[in-house]
Write a protein that binds this ligand. Structure first.
Ligand code: CA
Length: 563
């Protein structure tokens, strides 16, 4: 391997050239006009007294000076912070509910609106910075002048107990976005004297799910969709992750209180070494990144390529039982009848990451259990006496699968019905109005599988004459974990790409991503390997293209091309 390290201006310049050269004109579909900037017309106090909207109560409107908030060591510009609640009510569980939100309205506005979809099970109003795309972002929608809303999606419980109230389930699933969007646009009209010229929605994980759901339920409300690592089949993914925990638990000697005993960090590192031996060079260079994901899946075989332990586990081998369980998790957990519950997961170089281990070993009991039992299944588990470990290890997967599709008189929509997008491989309403979709997904994501997102995208392509790339693109991020992290180049800005596509017709092709090594302004990713340049760049390529090495410095995106 001929490895030279160049950093600083050379890398930045090379990356810029690729970014500019990678834009091509889009034809045929309607072209939406660009947003026009405007200054805020009212003081924050005047907004508070002038704004009215049905079922909406503003709790506070205050001015935030430039620099009170920062992002990547840069000052966020001056804005009004509007906090409020929509649809306050009493749930059937006797608890108080409302859709809590905050909206940040920049003094110097770019004419655009951004809905920030938040992660997990929502339940708190995250700061409306409009951060999207990978790890350690250097910019965000608020920084760029968007008016940004963030919400708790209809409940303020930190845990899954809100799922005992049917309406709270529906708000979390899809209705909060539908209720907040017209209010937010009206608030913008009050503040600036006009509604948003262009509207965007984005987020990662559950935020990616919110975005995909909006593309099918609220297609007339948004012009651009930024879908990150989407949990668009979240109930199935949660059940499958519980199934994975059960498989790990089935390996002899596993401590149920510490599932990492089933497949240790050392054993994972050994597995990754073998994957890299088989797959790294398939993209033209051994650089610690597997770009040609598909070639890797047919080149690596856990049964053939990993030594079987003959005299105990010493980190250099796996037992037959380990290979069987791990193989089933990667090929996709099934019901007792062999029916795939969720999706397969690709072999990749990021699967020894601490983040991956957390998702596979801790989350099933800590989070998936409560989410499936209280939020997704019908009927929900009783309010009292729930034990996550009991649920994971003593409830059959087949029962869970049945119950996430079930409904009853009180819970009229099943978990799968209220959580998932409707006909996600159609999206004709998005396409026909000239709106655009950009999606990204880490190849080593352990909770939501890139394979599921690829299957969605290929279905979308099939329904659009074999090619959906005139309105939707998917960017796999090799070795990235769930939304960020991993031994990966996980820092990129797809929002800027999306706006250029929606408003200028500049179709994104290769998108430059950077590693976050020592000194990165957005925050250092400790998983960047020591033998990489701290500023390694790579082109992210729209599926089905992958980055292949041409020639030159292996630390630079300019040495690769999407093919
Ligand atoms: Ca490689």
């Amino acid at each position: 391997m001929n490895k030279t390290t160049k950093t600083g201006l050379t890398g930045i310049f090379a990356a810029s050239v690729i970014a500019i050269a990678s834009h091509e004109a889009t034809a045929a579909l309607p072209q939406l006009s660009p947003a026009t900037p405007a200054n805020i017309k009212l003081s924050c106090e005047q907004i508070a007294s002038n704004f009215t909207f049905a079922n909406t109560h503003l709790t506070e409107v205050i001015s935030i000076a430039a620099g009170e908030l920062t992002l990547a060591k840069e000052n966020i510009p001056q804005h009004c912070l509007v906090t409020g609640k929509m649809y306050p009510r009493k749930g059937i569980d006797g608890k108080d509910y409302a859709i809590g939100f905050e909206m940040r309205l920049p003094t110097k506005w770019n004419g655009r609106y951004f809905y920030q979809g938040n992660g997990g099970i929502d339940g708190s109003v995250k700061t409306a910075l409009g951060i999207t795309s990978g790890g350690g972002p250097l910019t965000g929608a608020l920084m760029q002048g968007f008016a940004v809303i963030s919400s708790d999606a209809g409940h303020s419980s930190r845990g899954p107990s809100f799922g005992l109230d049917p309406q709270a389930r529906l708000d979390y699933g899809y209705q909060a976005v539908g209720k907040l969007t017209p209010m937010a646009k009206s608030l913008i009209a009050t503040a600036y004297g006009k509604g948003p010229d262009r509207s965007y929605i984005g987020g990662c994980s559950n935020g990616g799910r919110h975005t995909m759901v909006a593309a099918t339920r609220y297609a007339s409300d948004y012009d651009g969709y930024l879908i990150g690592s989407p949990g668009f089949n979240l109930p199935q993914a949660a059940v499958a992750n519980i199934g994975g925990a059960k498989l790990y638990a089935s390996i002899p000697g596993t401590d149920l209180k510490d599932l990492s005993t089933a497949f240790t960090g050392a054993e994972r590192a050994m597995l990754v070494d073998k994957i890299l031996q088989k797959c790294d060079a398939l993209d033209g260079v051994s650089d610690g990144i597997v770009q040609d994901r598909n070639a890797c899946q047919s080149s690596f075989d856990i049964n053939r390529d990993i030594a079987s332990c003959t005299a105990g586990r010493d980190g250099s081998c796996l037992t037959i039982e380990q290979k069987s369980a791990i193989g089933k998790i990667f090929s996709g957990v099934t019901t007792s009848n062999g029916k795939l519950i969720y999706a397969s997961f690709p072999w990749d170089s990021g699967i020894a990451s601490p983040g991956v281990q957390r998702w596979e070993y801790k989350i099933p009991v800590q989070r998936d259990s409560g989410a499936v039992a209280k939020i997704f299944k019908t009927p929900p588990a009783p309010a009292e006496g729930f034990n996550g470990s009991d649920f994971v290890f003593n409830t059959s997967i087949d029962t869970m699968v049945t119950e996430i599709w079930a409904s009853n008189a009180a819970f009229t929509e099943s978990g799968m019905a209220f959580m998932t997008p409707q006909d996600p491989t159609q999206m004709g309403a998005v396409k026909d109005r000239g709106a655009k979709i950009l999606a990204y997904h880490g190849t080593s994501d352990a909770i939501f599988s890139l394979d599921d997102t690829v299957a969605w995208y290929e279905g979308l392509s099939k329904n659009n004459g074999g090619d959906a790339s005139d309105f939707a693109k998917l960017y796999p991020v090799p070795a990235m974990g769930h939304c960020r992290g991993g031994p990966a180049t996980d820092q990129f800005d797809l929002l800027t790409e999306l706006v250029a596509w929606v408003e200028e017709g500049q179709e994104p092709t290769a998108v430059i991503a950077s590693a976050r090594g020592v000194g990165n302004a957005g925050g250092v990713n400790k998983e960047v390997p020591a033998n990489w340049s701290a500023t390694r760049t790579r082109p992210l390529c729209p599926h089905p293209q992958v980055a292949r090495y041409n020639s030159g410095d292996i630390e630079l995106a300019s040495s690769f091309s999407c093919q």
